[in-house]
Design a binder for this molecule. Structure first.
Ligand SMILES: Nc1nc2c(c(=O)[nH]1)N[C@H]1C(S)=C(S)[C@@H](COP(=O)(O)O)O[C@H]1N2
Ligand SMILES: [Mo]
Length: 159
C-alpha cells in the first residue's frame, strides 16, 4: 500500500492531450466535485450497495486536458507502481465514471485506495484503480493488471 498524504500527493494527466495537467493536493481539492450513488461489485462475489461517491467526473478532467484525436484509450496508473488499467475513450466518457475523493462523506481511507481512486460503476471493481495518480492518453492498447491474469477488458456487470 503506498503511503500518500496531502504532502506527497500528486495527480497528472499526460500523453496524447493538448494541455497536460498536474495537481498537488490543495489544487486538486479546489476542483468542483459532484456526488453520485452507485453499487460496487467485486468479480469474486461481494458487493457494496448504495455507496455515495463524491469526486470529479472523468469526462470533465479529460475535456480540460483536451484529448487528441489519435488517443484511443485512457491508461490509469496507481501510485503502488504495479497496478494499471485502461478504458476506451468512449467508456471513459460515460457520465458516471468518476475520480473519487470522498466515500459516504468521508475521505477515502488509504486501504480503500485513498486519497483518490477511480470509480467505474458499470464495471466490476477491478477497473476502479486505487491510489490513482496518473492518467495517460494512449493510442495502442494496454492490458491491465487483472486482464493480464485473464479477466475481461470490458468488465460490464450484468445486473
Ligand atoms: N491499485 C489497485 N487498485 C485496485 C486493486 C488493487 O489491488 N490495486 N484491486 C481492485 C479490485 S479487484 C477491487 S474489488 C477493488 C477493491 O476496492 P476496496 O479495496 O476499496 O474494497 O479495488 C480495485 N482496485
Ligand atoms: Mo475485486
Amino acid at each position: 500500500m503506498p503511503e500518500i498524504s496531502d504532502k506527497n500527493f500528486s495527480f497528472k494527466i499526460d500523453g496524447l492531450v493538448n494541455n497536460p495537467k498536474s495537481w498537488n493536493w490543495e489544487q486538486f481539492v479546489q476542483m468542483n466535485r459532484e456526488v453520485q450513488v452507485s453499487d460496487f461489485h467485486c468479480v469474486t462475489g461481494w458487493s457494496l450497495y448504495h455507496v455515495t461517491w463524491e469526486g470529479i467526473k472523468l469526462k470533465k478532467l479529460l475535456a480540460s486536458a483536451g484529448v487528441q484525436d489519435k488517443a484511443k484509450y485512457v491508461k490509469f496508473y496507481s501510485q503502488d507502481g504495479v497496478y494499471t488499467d485502461t478504458l476506451t475513450i468512449k467508456q471513459a466518457m460515460e457520465d458516471d465514471v468518476m475520480v473519487a475523493v470522498l466515500i459516504d462523506g468521508e475521505l477515502i481511507e488509504n486501504r480503500n485506495g485513498g486519497p483518490v481512486r477511480l470509480i467505474v460503476p458499470e464495471m466490476y471493481a477491478y477497473k476502479s484503480v486505487k491510489w490513482l495518480n496518473r492518467m495517460e492518453l494512449i493510442e495502442e492498447e494496454h492490458i491491465g493488471y487483472w486482464e493480464q491474469r485473464g479477466y475481461k477488458k470490458d468488465a460490464y456487470v450484468d445486473v
